[in-house]
Design a protein around this ligand. Structure first.
Ligand SMILES: Cc1ncc(COP(=O)(O)O)c(C=O)c1O
Length: 438
């Protein structure tokens, strides 16, 4: 028995599915991939097999693994006593840098996970408006809690105006959890106008991923975002951008700058910590002022603002803000994304790759890139069998494409600033062989 299987046997004694978290389980391997160590763009499993990493910690490791500057930052925090539950001058520096990348955040508060940040933003929006309903879009994901985890993973019935039946993505939710949630088709301003009139005066917030990598690379149409911005201003609805995964991913650092549309509130996580657990939410000063000690809305936590992730996050933001950072990301990304799309064409397979900045989706079976803007068209066209075969063939060749695709949406993958031209060329060479077998 190899070491991978040995650990799996042991892990099952303590963990359901042998995995410490549901998403660690890999349906292709039929167990988790147990890792020994990681460095730069590569990971090594416990059998010593090396992989080029295209999962990149679900987007957390934008700077690659084991980055010397992050090691140094962690070391600095160790020197100081790696405490938590206190604020420091480092926290001020982090706030300054976060505001530079996410300029709509006049005020900021820290948290630990993306799910925590979205929950906090929703609470603040409800407190500020005195309203309860939250509008979300099908396909978008905002964390795993009962009041918001709906319609990410499947297509459900929609009425003639684009309002979609709100359906949980997990069992175990109370039946009233969806009572304050309205689900709408995305990129359709007429549907949003209908919803704004139907629930006039009841909607606290509209939350969205301005670039939804959770459905591959499901982009907002710029004019949709602009019209949504105007609608929310007109109706006094708090517009929340969930930049948990798209934040820092593309030039010049956030989706709000990329599209030129500023939300009222923003949720940040993943890449801002470069692999250390930290998140944040922020927004307009008048909205954020509902938080204690000014207002009576409480958001806090024991681990919030712990020193190690705070100092690491400062380093991450500094790296992303340095000249040339996004030149490298774009050069590597475009080489990979255009290379994969060319392989579809060369091998006569339906599909393409769409990437923006450091993350991308592979659209097996979807011919027309215009369809990428439509969750329902992608869901209908997606070739799950081809996708499954692809990730299965990647594994033995040392390409780590974690099996993360939803029931109807393409998986999201990524690159880091540590990926090299050599990594990409090796990957495309191996993929040439894989595409021949699809
Ligand atoms: C857009 C978005 N929001 C929220 C979350 C939840 O973040 P976390 O897993 O850190 O709780 C995720 C995680 O994938 C995400 O992609």
């Amino acid at each position: 028995m190899d070491r991978m299987q040995e650990i799996y046997q042991q892990a099952q004694q303590y963990y359901i599915g042998g995995a410490s978290a549901g998403q660690r389980y890999n349906a292709v391997l039929k167990q988790p991939l147990y890792i020994d160590h990681a460095d730069g763009s590569h990971i090594w499993d416990v059998n010593g097999k090396e992989y080029i990493d295209y999962h990149c910690c679900a987007g957390a490791s934008l700077f690659g693994h084991n980055h010397p500057r992050l090691r140094k930052a962690i070391g600095d925090a160790m020197e100081k006593g790696f405490f938590m539950n206190f604020d420091t001058a480092y926290h001020v520096e982090l706030g300054r840098l976060l505001q530079q990348v996410f300029p709509s955040c006049e005020k900021i508060r820290l948290a630990n996970t993306g799910s925590e940040a979205t929950q906090a933003a929703l609470r603040v929006a409800r407190s500020f408006t005195g309203r309860e309903k939250v509008v979300r879009f099908e396909g978008h994901f905002h964390g795993m809690y009962e009041n918001i985890w709906f319609n990410h993973n499947d297509v459900h019935a929609a009425d003639a105006y684009g309002e979609v039946e709100t359906v949980p993505d997990s069992a175990g939710f109370p039946s009233n959890a969806k009572d304050n949630v309205v689900t709408v088709v995305f990129n359709d301003i007429a549907a949003m106008e209908h919803i704004a009139q139907k629930y006039k005066g009841e909607i606290a917030a509209v939350i969205l991923e301005p670039l939804c990598y959770n459905c591959g690379c499901y982009e907002s149409r710029k004019n949709f975002l602009e019209q949504l911005r105007a609608l929310c201003t007109r109706e006094n609805i708090v517009l929340i951008f969930d930049e948990v995964i798209c934040g820092l991913r593309m030039r010049p650092g956030s989706a709000q700058l990329h599209y030129g549309v500023l939300p009222d509130m923003t949720c940040m996580a993943k890449a801002i910590g470069g692999g250390l657990p930290i998140s944040a939410f922020g927004g307009r000063a008048d909205i954020m002022s509902v938080l204690n000690p000014i207002g009576n809305t409480t958001v806090s936590g024991t681990y919030t603002g712990a020193l190690i992730p705070v100092i690491a996050s400062i380093e991450c933001l500094k790296m992303a803000l340095e000249p040339g950072f996004y030149d490298q990301i774009e050069m590597i990304g475009n080489r990979l994304y255009s290379g994969i799309s060319s392989l579809f064409a060369q091998h006569g397979k339906k599909g393409h790759c769409r990437g923006v900045g450091a993350r991308f989706g592979i659209y097996f079976g979807v011919e027309d890139p215009e369809d990428d803007f439509d969750f329902r068209k992608v869901a209908a066209a997606q070739d799950r069998a081809m996708y499954k075969k692809f990730v299965t063939e990647c594994l033995p060749r040392g390409l780590w494409f974690h099996d993360t695709a939803g029931k109807v949406s393409p998986a999201h993958y990524g690159i880091t600033s540590a990926h090299t031209v050599q990594d990409i060329d090796e990957t495309l060479n191996k993929m040439d062989d894989i595409f021949a077998r699809l």
